[in-house]
Ligand binder design. Structure first.
Ligand SMILES: Cc1ncc(C[n+]2csc(CCOP(=O)(O)OP(=O)(O)O)c2C)c(N)n1
Length: 369
């Protein structure tokens, strides 16, 4: 099996050293110390959200959870680079993006509690609902981008997907369409090296970023564990789209350190040594080291960041546990914009089924006839 090419652009080494890159440097020349520390806080908080949600799932409060452990820089860096009026089309793993977009904490886990079909209001946060159909959101993003172009606005669609998703027809169709219509779209692929148990080498015999030019889309391969490089690459891509130069493809090379979801056991298919090697490239550790070398990693920053993470985790837990169950019949709401006879019939049947549990209606077999 051929591993994808290791070359990528980087601004912070795993040891926390700031290195220069002529292509990316101009895009982060204005980044302040306050921004760097804010991104550090974001990354610590989203890791904490992830840990808390994993614990909630283990305690039976969530049906499932897709951890983002290891992908914090890719998600925080790219979403922090967007503007509020850009629209984001995520997969199911972009929980850090939801945090950055201001989604209430309980709403981040709502869908995983089986409490709603969409956790948050997409229009309030310019963030579509989590998409579990692999790659379908890339088509939605292109449709939105073409619409924005016709509206004459300079907002951009950003879509997130994994390395495995690039094998899907949907993603390839989205790229053809985006290139043909020069749609303002950023294709943001998080190559986390695994599509459940399938290694990236099986999806891509050469680097994923190398595919996009074949569609007529320029691409960048960036170290996805380097938050500064991710911010720079995303700013570059967003700027191209805003100027009317069409789509850009970013491959952020990162690693999923945890399981695919809480229903998965990665020890069954991957080497322990691989995980150990990637731990050395931990995105949070790397930024921590850079902040330290800049004299910014003060005890005050550490205390404030930990306090914020504790507070968010407590709020997330309380919001999850105290979430009221929805009325069962609301599952039929918002399926169609206009009345639909088949759905109405199904709603009536389900209402009758539910009412069969009333004691007045109970039959000899417990009302389950
Ligand atoms: C169309 C479709 N096919 C198959 C699946 C089952 N499935 C769920 S996650 C997954 C792997 C996705 O891997 P990748 O795109 O690399 O994203 P990651 O989960 O690693 O972030 C598959 C095949 C699905 N949800 N949708």
């Amino acid at each position: 099996m051929v591993e994808s090419s290791p070359e990528f652009v980087q601004l912070i080494t795993p040891e926390g050293e700031r290195i220069s890159n002529p292509e990316l440097d101009p895009w982060v020349a204005d980044v302040t110390d306050a921004q760097l520390t804010a991104w550090y806080e974001d990354m610590v908080v989203v890791r904490r959200i992830d840990t808390e949600a994993t614990a909630l799932q283990r305690q039976g409060e969530l049906g499932l959870w897709p951890p983002l452990l290891g992908q914090e820089a890719a998600q925080v860096g790219s979403s922090r680079a967007t503007r509020d009026d850009d629209f984001i089309f995520p997969s199911y793993r972009e929980n850090a993006v939801a945090y950055v977009r201001g989604v209430p904490f309980a709403d981040i886990v709502r869908v995983w509690r089986g409490n709603a079909q969409s956790g948050w209001d997409p229009y309030k946060h310019q963030l579509a609902a989590p998409n579990i159909i692999i790659g379908a959101q890339t088509l939605h993003a292109v449709g939105w981008g073409v619409g924005a172009k016709y509206d004459g606005v300079d907002s951009v669609a950003v879509t997130y997907f994994g390395d495995g998703a690039t094998s899907e027809g949907d993603v390839n169709e989205a790229m053809v369409f985006a290139a043909s219509f020069q749609a303002p779209v950023v294709f943001f692929c998080q190559n986390n090296h695994w599509a459940i148990s399938e290694p990236v080498g099986l999806q891509a015999v050469q680097s994923i970023a190398d595919r996009a030019p074949g569609f007529g889309i320029p691409s960048l391969r960036v170290d996805g564990n380097d938050v500064l490089a991710v911010v720079a690459a995303t700013r570059l891509a967003l700027d191209r789209a805003r100027r009317g130069d069409g789509p850009t493809f970013i491959e952020a090379v990162t690693y999923r350190m945890g399981p695919h979801t809480t229903a998965d056991d990665p020890t069954r298919y991957r080497d322990k040594a691989e995980l150990e090697a990637w731990k050395l490239r931990d995105p949070i550790l790397r930024l921590q080291r850079l902040l330290d070398s800049l004299g910014l990693l003060t005890p005050e920053l550490e205390a404030r960041t930990q306090a914020k993470a504790d507070e968010v985790a407590a709020e997330l837990r309380a919001g999850c546990i105290n979430m009221p169950d929805p009325e069962p019949l609301t599952v039929f709401d918002n399926v169609y914009a206009t009345p639909n006879a088949t759905l109405e019939k199904e709603r009536d049947q389900y209402a009758a089924y539910l009412s069969s549990f009333d004691s007045s209606n109970t039959t000899s077999n417990g009302g389950r006839s």
